[in-house]
Design a protein around this ligand. Structure first.
Ligand SMILES: O=C(O)CCC(=O)C(=O)O
Ligand SMILES: [Fe+2]
Length: 317
């Protein structure tokens, strides 16, 4: 039986780097906790505490506020041809929500390229805050993937390739507080199209996770906590052992403060194939090999008729 702490029904797992040495009993226990939480709920709350955690948290939220204060024309300039790599905001269906993605956020070039596009005269502080935060969330993503691949005894070459060929994107989110007579839905229920998403936020709650019993639970955050969730690509990769996590954002605190949040998404380049280790007689292969960017394009091409389970509609067998 697990003795792991639970926060509102969401398992809490300490991934702080000073506690985790690969191969130690703590590592093995943590690894199995990660797998169990992902199989049960498709998500968990990671604690990632370091000396710099508080400062990184304060800096990235100041960066988010500064970014969204830019004029809409600046935020909505075209930065990429990739699907879902543009500004989203001022949308009648989601009047509270805005989002802006940074491609390759954990590299100096990616962070600088985005910063220069938003602030042609430069903004060193933003660039540094974006980079420092992105390095933390990429580390959390890779720790989770390392633990999952180890637990399922997938060949090391898969994880090595994952580290080499993943295209990370960091999305900044802003949710205005609703007015008295306004709907409080920030973002409707959905699953992400990523392998893994790593989320963080300011002190204003709003994220809800749907359990397998269909109950919505509130996610709570601290400056050193993150929600790690499975996207559709991880569900296909794991042959449905790990469900992609349904989530939504409800701005309950009417008339109060703005919610700023951030989400790292991982997109594997090239063909993603369910490893043999995920299949056996009782669980035959459920997905054809697929390309995650093509999957995003497929999803983007169906604005009005989203299939109930888009990944199965795209590459299910
Ligand atoms: O704001 C959040 O916490 C989550 C945002 C989200 O789920 C998304 O944009 O896909
Ligand atoms: Fe999402």
């Amino acid at each position: 039986m697990s003795t792991q702490p639970i926060n509102n029904g969401i398992p809490v797992i300490d991934l702080s780097p000073n506690n985790l040495e690969p191969g130690t009993p703590t590592w093995v226990r943590t690894r199995e906790d990660v797998r169990r939480a992902m199989e049960e709920l498709g998500c968990f709350q990671a604690i990632y505490d370091t000396k710099a955690a508080e400062e990184i948290h304060i800096d990235i939220l100041a960066a988010a506020e500064e970014l969204f204060n830019l004029p809409v024309e600046t935020k909505s300039q075209k930065l990429s041809d990739k699907p879902y790599f543009g500004y989203f905001g001022q949308h009648p269906s989601f009047p509270l929500y805005e989002s802006l993605p940074v491609d390759h956020p954990a590299t100096v070039e990616g962070s600088r390229g985005f910063t220069d596009a938003m602030w042609p005269a430069g903004n060193l502080k933003f660039c540094q805050s974006n980079l420092a935060f992105s390095k933390v969330v990429v580390e959390i993503d890779q720790l989770a993937m390392k633990m999952l691949t180890e637990s399922y005894r997938i060949k090391d070459s898969f994880y090595d390739e994952y580290v080499k060929s993943t295209n990370y994107v960091l999305r900044y989110f802003k949710y205005k507080a609703p007015k008295e007579d306004e709907d409080n839905m920030g973002l409707a229920s959905h699953t992400d199209k990523s392998m893994v998403s790593v989320l963080h936020q300011n002190h204003v709650n709003g994220l809800q996770i749907r359990t397998k019993y269909g109950v919505w639970v509130d996610a709570d955050f601290s400056p050193s906590s993150f929600i790690v969730m499975a996207g559709d690509a991880l569900m296909a990769w794991s042959n449905d052992k790990i469900p992609s996590c349904f989530h939504r954002v409800i701005m309950k605190e009417t008339g109060r403060e703005t919610r700023y949040s951030l989400g790292l998404g991982s997109i594997v380049k090239g063909t993603l194939q369910t490893p043999q280790e995920m299949c056996d007689e009782s669980r035959p292969l459920l997905y054809k090999p697929f390309d995650q960017f093509e999957y995003l394009r497929f999803y983007e091409s169906k604005p009005d008729h989203k299939p109930e389970c888009p990944i199965k509609a795209y590459c299910g067998i």
